[in-house]
Write a protein that binds this ligand. Structure first.
Ligand code: ADP
Ligand code: ZN
Length: 726
């Protein structure tokens, strides 16, 4: 067993990286690595894979060898480690022989904790390389972007195959393989090819809760994008377009409109591409208009938006591109402008001459992308189910969920669908069933089936609506899908209950289409100070020749501009300030905060930020809804005895906003529900929630109750209900 208690690991995380909490599966992964076991870690982009080997690396006695395919990213990672006072270096083809020798010497002298190596650095006959490694006496091997070893993956790199013998050469040294690749075949292939020994596999959810998804019709798209950029002047982002010519065109027009934008595509020479990429990393360009060639090497954590000017070829690509937003965990937008015309264009591209099999796959994937864009339901639910995860029908942060919703009885439609499945013998997938229920004249429909009464029974609904219905039935377990080639739909006990009318199905539907409504910004931090801190950060970054977010993330700046720390001790409680950063940059940042606070008559609010809680490694921590610093301020004020109304006045926020903040703590079990709702009222509301059959929308529940129940009470009760029913 590892000699590190969870307490110690938390301390190390704070000391070296300045973070208070582990994310997702980071902690169990790190424990597994420190126990000397092999590990396969699957986490979405931006979730924080690096810490999973970087923290063990600083705790283990020897050197950790990190294999990573992307040279640009490698430099960035090493810079980030060095900025935290951790000795790291890399070896790749971008360096001179002298530089390489210096790194090798440093490693041999035991001065380096993490050595990043590009796979192309491993010679075709790796014997000498292994001899070199053996001398270094490594403690751990980390294989980043491990899907590159699999020809099933989307980015196969033959150089990675050289790693296949690593485990034979170093049987006792633990290996951690990391990837964001969601698909099972690739995962199994990684384990097999790397020859991992009884590895523990950790798969995190692919949901990116801080990314908000929007799909809008593609009309006057340039004006819309420009309006968005003008509203988000401070933010950086990527605009993806299909063709090289259009990236140049759009970037040019943006430039004329006064936006710091540049284009990027594979037709540019490599020096120019690096220049643009680096200028973007340093925030000299706010916006990059690019083809999908842009992004692989980007590790910029504060990308606030990703806009798709054109439709993507498939959902995998789209999701990967949108995933480049919000790696720092702050709210970010993914916006796609959809037109059917784009689909037609892409259909032509998807046809690969002489390869009917590949063409069919591409066409199918494009069809699913189209389904996503036309989907009448929660975008996030669609995406999660696409990647094989169950997710409720309401996320609260996509264009669908943010329009006004209402609850409808869907029992009859569900019955139509289930009986169609039953009558055709439970032998078909969704496509056939939908064609059948809508009475398609296609020859694909068996003649016998055209005689059935249920044939055409669902003409009144659109294809997408039936698709959505199937998704909801699956989600609520009123229907099963068999994992065979055809994804056959089958009935279960619950389906029969619904068919017989013994139970009902209520679903949340969109009431009306509200387009591009802009939510009211609730900053919760001092924007003036934030801007000043950004200036300071950029100055330091420029001086040290590293990207700004390597000095400090936006999130750290936001905390500074929320709590106004006044001394080094207080500074230590700000996320991202590990001991090294406090000693190195602390004084600079404190100076700006203190001066600003003096001029604006602000005092430290550090007492509102709870000191890091003692380690309580509870399983529920992962399930805890996200709370953030602005919520925390409200929470702390409330704990100090202020009422919701008082907090609202003091913070110049709406009382409903404060309620939402506090509700998150009710849901996390940190606030007692009875402080907001009396016992009697709570009981009645809970019963009504059950009765309504849903626990997401407020309005339908309010309608079922008397006037004496306020939205605030219902909101709190809902959070409580979710907590006890999770
Ligand atoms: P990935 O490799 O999974 O795409 P990274 O390892 O680059 O993601 O991490 C993304 C960002 O999240 C980085 O800025 C990193 O410093 C930050 N991060 C990682 N773990 C934590 C944590 N426990 N708390 C706060 N920030 C974290
Ligand atoms: Zn949603």
């Amino acid at each position: 067993m590892s000699t590190y208690s969870r307490e110690k690991l938390h301390q190390a995380l704070k000391h070296f990286f300045g973070y208070d909490e582990f994310r997702l599966t980071q902690l169990p992964i790190i424990e597994n690595v420190l126990n000397g076991e092999d590990t396969l870690a699957i986490m979405p982009t931006g979730a924080g894979k690096s810490i999973c080997y970087q923290l063990p690396a600083v705790l283990m006695p020897g050197i950790t060898i990190v294999v990573s395919p992307l040279i640009a990213l490698m430099k960035d990672q090493v810079d980030a480690l060095v900025a935290n006072g951790i000795n790291a270096a890399f070896l790749n083809s971008s360096q001179s022989t002298d530089e390489q020798q210096r790194v090798i010497k440093g490693a041999q002298d035991g001065k380096i904790k993490l050595l990043y190596i590009a796979p192309e650095r491993i010679p075709a006959n790796p014997e000498t390389f292994f001899t070199f490694l053996r001398k270094l006496n490594p403690s751990l091997f980390a294989i980043d972007e491990a899907h590159c070893i699999s020809s099933w993956g989307h980015d196969f790199r033959p150089e990675y195959l050289k790693l296949a013998v690593l485990k034979k050469e170093f049987p006792t040294i633990p290996v951690i393989a990391l990837t964001a690749s969601a698909d099972k075949v690739t995962q199994q292939d990684i384990v097999k090819r790397l020859d991992l020994r009884t590895p523990k596999e950790f798969v995190s959810s692919f949901n990116r809760p801080n990314i908000h998804y929007y799909i809008y019709p593609k009309k006057n798209v340039f004006d819309k994008i420009l309006a968005y950029l003008k509203k988000h002047k401070e933010d950086s982002g990527i605009i993806y377009a299909l063709s090289r010519a259009s990236t140049e065109d759009i970037a040019g027009k943006l430039h004329e409109a006064g936006i710091k934008a540049a284009h990027y595509h594979a037709g540019m020479d490599s020096a120019e591409r690096s220049r643009v990429q680096e200028a973007f990393q340093r925030d000299e360009y706010k916006v990059i208009v690019a083809t999908i060639a842009f992004g692989m090497g980007i590790d910029k954590s504060n990308v606030r938006f990703v806009i798709h000017h054109d439709v993507s070829k498939n959902v995998e690509g789209y999701y990967q591109e949108t995933g480049r937003a919000g790696r720092d965990g702050l709210k970010s937008d993914a916006i796609l402008y959809y037109s059917y015309g784009d689909i037609i264009k892409l259909k032509k591209f998807a046809e690969i001459e002489g390869n009917p099999q590949q063409s069919a796959i591409s066409q199918k994937k494009l069809q699913l992308m189209q389904d996503y864009c036309e989907h009448e339901g929660c975008r996030r639910q669609y995406l999660m189910q696409y990647f094989g995860e169950q997710f409720p029908a309401y996320c609260g942060s996509c264009d669908y969920c943010m329009s006004s919703l209402e609850e409808k009885d869907a029992t009859v439609d569900a019955q139509k669908l289930l009986s169609a499945i039953s009558r055709t013998g439970e032998r078909y997938g969704a496509g056939y069933i939908i064609d059948f229920i809508r009475g398609s004249a296609s020859e694909k429909i068996q003649p016998l089936h055209k005689e059935l009464k249920t044939y055409g029974i669902g003409k009144d609904l659109k294809r997408e609506q039936w698709q959505w219905m199937i998704q909801q039935l699956l989600y609520h377990h009123f229907l099963d899908k068999i994992d065979d080639q055809f994804a056959t739909l089958k009935l279960n006990d619950k389906s029969w209950k619904l068919l017989k009318g013994e139970t009902q199905l209520k679903l949340i539907l969109k009431k009306e289409k509200v387009e591009e409504q802009e939510e009211v910004e609730d900053l919760g931090y001092d924007i003036g100070l934030f801007k000043e801190l950004k200036v300071l950060r950029n100055e330091i970054a420029e001086r040290e020749n590293v990207p700004a977010y390597n000095i400090l993330s936006d999130n750290s700046l936001i905390e500074l501009a929320t709590y106004f720390p006044q001394n080094a001790n207080e500074l230590k409680q700000i996320s991202g300030f590990g001991d090294y950063k406090v000693s190195r940059y602390g004084a600079h940042f404190l100076k700006v905060v203190k001066e600003y606070a003096e001029v604006h008559k602000l005092s430290s609010k550090m007492h509102f930020k709870q000191p890091k809680k003692e380690t309580k490694p509870r399983a529920e921590r992962a399930a805890k809804p996200a709370t953030n610093s602005t919520m925390k301020v409200s929470f702390d004020m409330f704990k100090e005895g202020m009422s919701i109304a008082e907090i609202a006045v003091k913070r110049s926020l709406a009382p409903t906003t404060i309620e939402t903040h506090l509700a998150a703590y009710v849901s996390a079990g940190e606030l007692d529900i009875n402080r907001f709702v009396s016992k009697e009222k709570l009981e009645k509301i809970l019963a009504t929630i059950k009765l309504s059959g849903q626990s997401t929308a407020l309005k339908p529940i309010k309608d079922l109750l008397d006037d004496e129940y306020t939205f605030g009470e219902i909101r709190m009760a809902l959070e409580y209900y979710k907590k006890v029913n999770q």
